[in-house]
Design a protein around this ligand. Structure first.
Ligand code: AMP
Ligand code: ZN
Length: 491
């Protein structure tokens, strides 16, 4: 079997690049899924494109994977607090729909985005509401083992009982970041302690409620991921992924409760991988803040979902990325060029794994063999997708490669990047939006900004004028100053 370069991944547990070696015949991989109370935004989707990239990298190395992504349809409270209202219930009240409707609707929206982004479907999509019984059993064992204490507001995990609590986040528990947990909970012993069960307060009646030994209520958010991952992947598994925000709190708590529950002195999960954030105008994109763009906003504006995927993969998953229309335009143009060049090579061969790709390359095609080795080295080095993209572009410009070799290399890059190069039609990639498609509201908003910019310039407030120009660029608007005043167009 062809093994190539040793796969190395950045493990947040220890914060270093390590060799990845599977501990079982099938590698268990769990990715924290969406809370289905609103549309997933572009930042959320970066987390799943990243998990997909990892899956494709493992497939490339011939490592079988069982992948689980959960659907959080209960348990995540507003502002990530322990006593706040459940996000699903707040959304149901806001939209005057039942919680079941809300969960079903936004779960479907998430699945649509997953499919549009060509993300390999996981083996399981467990829903938290289907595991509440097991969550209660899990918390009961923790209580029996003395890891918990009861308060009127619920059952709390006592983080003082776990000597290395917070190792993943490199937390200094005494001086733990105040900002992360501002909520005051009456009787909580340490601010790191978290609710396993959220009991209904006097006079409160949750919509989603279950009976439990601690009174009627709902599970805490962290509990669900421990319970569902262990139920579906076994007590220990190899890989857990999520956005970098989870590294500081959610995953810390998952580890604490799971290791307490297991009680075998072994690390629960061996590799923790986290994607950095996608930023919009240097702001964290937060679903709860509202207004963050989603994939449908891009497709309505004439972008192909694969242009967004290409934009994401043009950055390394551990680098912050700034979302701008300029970058997305560049990605769509690159994709169109790529597809146009790939078209004559179709149909592309199957080259999903290094072994298959190697077998398909002729012994006499030294150029293809070298490119294949470069691809393998890049993906093995903590999933260096920008490098794989660069190699793909080199391949299409390479004069000394055989046509067969070129097809294999392109197919290998496509298997790793998931851009759909085997089937995309270049005509689907030139959907530039024209001004006629703007709504009246959009047009008014643009004209207001343009007028404000003109005013700022008249007042010689150049900083403000530049800032407005950037805002306009983010909306895809190009302003040109003419002797008769500014004009604008969509780029
Ligand atoms: P949520 O639905 O809020 O639980 O988030 C789903 C996933 O998206 C989690 O893995 C988050 O860590 C991740 N995530 C949230 N916001 C961003 C962002 N702006 N960029 C990248 N990942 C994010
Ligand atoms: Zn989780």
């Amino acid at each position: 079997m062809t093994t190539g370069h040793q796969l190395r991944l950045y493990n947040s547990l220890g914060r270093r690049i390590e060799d990845f070696s599977p501990s079982a015949a099938v590698t268990g991989m769990y990715s924290c899924g969406p809370t289905v109370y609103a549309f997933p935004h572009l930042g959320n989707m970066r987390a799943y494109v990243f998990a997909d990239t990892l899956r494709r990298g493992l497939r490339w190395k011939g490592i079988p994977v069982r992948h689980v992504i959960n659907i959080t349809d209960v348990g995540n409270a507003v502002a990530d607090t322990d006593t706040g209202e459940d996000k699903l219930e707040v959304a149901a009240a806001r939209e005057r729909r039942s919680v079941d409707d809300i969960a079903a609707f936004y779960t479907r929206a998430f699945f649509d985005d997953m499919a549009a982004l060509n993300i390999l479907p996981p083996d399981e999509y467990p829903r938290a509401t289907a595991y509440v019984g097991q969550m209660i059993e899990f918390a009961t064992r923790l209580e029996e083992r003395g890891y918990t204490y009861r308060l009127p507001s619920g059952l709390y995990f006592d983080t003082a009982k776990v000597p290395d609590y917070g190792a993943l986040a490199l937390l200094d528990v005494e001086g733990q970041r105040e900002a992360a947990r501002v909520e005051h909970v009456e009787g909580r012993r340490r601010k790191t302690d978290f609710a396993l069960w959220r009991t209904e307060g006097p006079g409160q009646r949750r919509i989603m409620r279950w009976d439990s030994p601690w009174g009627p209520g709902a599970p805490g958010w962290h509990l669900e991921c421990s319970v569902m991952s262990i139920a579906l992947l076994g007590p220990h598994f190899d890989i857990h992924t999520g956005g970098v925000d989870h590294r500081e709190l959610h995953h810390v708590n998952e580890i604490a409760q799971s290791e307490a529950w297991l009680g075998d002195g072994q690390p629960w999960v061996r590799y923790w991988l986290h994607n950095e954030f996608l930023q919009l105008g240097a702001q964290k994109m937060a679903k709860s803040a509202g207004g963050a763009p989603r994939l449908a906003d891009l497709t309505e504006a004439g972008y192909h979902p694969m242009a967004f995927r290409l934009f994401l993969l043009g950055g390394h998953y551990r680098s912050q990325l700034d979302f701008t229309v300029t970058a997305l335009d560049a990605a769509q143009a690159t994709l169109q060029r790529l597809v146009t060049r790939v078209q004559p090579l179709r149909p592309l061969p199957d080259a999903d794994t290094l072994a298959i790709a190697t077998a398909r390359i002729s012994d006499r095609d030294a150029v293809a063999a070298k490119l294949l080795d470069q691809i393998d080295a890049a993906i093995a080095a903590d999933l260096n997708t920008p490098k794989v993209l660069a190699i793909l572009q080199d391949t299409l410009r390479e004069p000394a490669i055989t046509r067969n070799g070129q097809g294999v290399i392109v197919a290998a890059c496509d298997a790793l990047l998931g851009l759909g190069l085997a089937s995309l039609d270049p005509r689907d990639l030139d959907g530039r939006r024209d001004t006629a498609s703007l709504t009246t509201g959009e047009r008014q908003a643009i004209e207001k900004l343009v007028a404000e910019r003109t005013e700022a310039r008249a007042e010689q407030d150049w900083a403000r004028a530049d800032q407005i120009r950037v805002e306009l660029e983010q909306l895809g608007v190009q302003v040109t100053d003419t002797p008769d005043g500014p004009t604008w167009d969509l780029r």
